[in-house]
Ligand binder design. Sequence first.
Ligand code: FES
Ligand SMILES: [Fe+2]
Length: 453
Amino acid sequence: MSVSESQYVIDDRETPRFRVHRSALVEPDVLEQERRLIFDRSWLFVGHESEVQQPHDFRTRKVGGRPIILTRHTDGSVQVFINSCPHRGMQIETRSEGSGRFLKCFYHGWSFDTGGTLVALPDEDSYGPDFDRHNLCLARPPKVEAYRGFIFLAWTDDIEDLETSLGGVLDILDLFADQSEEGMRVIGGTHLYAAKANWKLLAENSYDGYHAMTTHHRYLAMLKESGKDLSKVFDKSGGPALGWNLGNGHAVIGGADGSHAQNTGLGRDLPTQAALDAQVARRDRFAAKYGEDWANRMFASRNMVVFPNLAIIDLIMGITIRTFYPVSPDYMEVTAWSLQPSDDDPTLRDMRQENFLTFWGPAGLATPDDIEALERCQQGFAAYEHAPWSDISRGMVRDKPNFADELQMRVFWREWDRRMTGTEHPAETPVIPRSGRVAWPYADIEPSSIGVD
Ligand code: FES
Ligand SMILES: [Fe+2]
């Protein structure tokens, strides 16, 4: 094995050692290139179809820095438009969500239906007898595709189809989507917050198993106080938890053994016997429907980052979807939602919703600690010319890196560097392709060989 390197990434398989130059996290030129070479050439997450449940529901947000409207049209189809009036450019809809047959522009009053067609405008006669309203419909992003309710767009036509691009990610999306017989849905509010840190630090943090014991020490102490037996979370009794390369820069860390349905991962224990029973019953149902191997994966945790800026984290105690986008090299905006089974037991739903607020919320017990860590990293980077390298080597010595190793971040950075500099860094572990509802490869690995310190 050799060394592959660029000005940003040194991937040394001999020593082994993996380093990232901090200029990649600081310099404005890098961000300009990222917008062009990464964000404008990737599938970006728009939202979940359950956010526009009924015809004429809409949501607005920015995706890849550009304003969009997500609607459910009269015919039930989900549509994505650019939120900019074909007349003179005003954002058609300024509310973040709502419902209505027509989207009316505040500036001169042009009205569009939820399929994007211009249906009315004041003084239409002024445009003459040949005026065709159909030439002035809402513009659409070049590509919009969805997989099992997860909607993505691309700001280019020149991109492979969504499913090919997602590859092994599709199995993980199945692991979320299969958790309800009536459909998963985004419920509750939206978390909107910002961090004075480079966006890639949040990609890293979203599947960083190594930091939990230290950064979240106070949260874990609180759990212990509440009577939770933390040894069950960290002593490997939950079975092997590994890092996996899903291809194209996507990666996940997660467990393979979800045989203990009562396990709430990093959440507080379930409060009542009824809730425990409901959770066990859910697992039994899914095991009967999909088989034990798949139920084992469903009821184990997972943190996935879909390159470049979508994280979906399932810690059993709740699922959060998170996207983030850079405003400047040292400032990002974050949006997060809670994804839940629509047919959940009420106690389990309350548990998930409470964890979305009190664990993942911007003022929760975990997220502020993470943000503090990322912002202090960014402050440290002010001296990057004199302390230029970050080390992301943990677990390179292992054939099967575990969830507390840094394989998943190296997968991200190798793809990042390929897009930015054209440097090809060979994969470190096999890419796990889409395999269907089967056990993880290496699911039979001995838990005792997982080196969580
Ligand atoms: S800009 Fe929208 S109607 Fe004029
Ligand atoms: Fe964290």
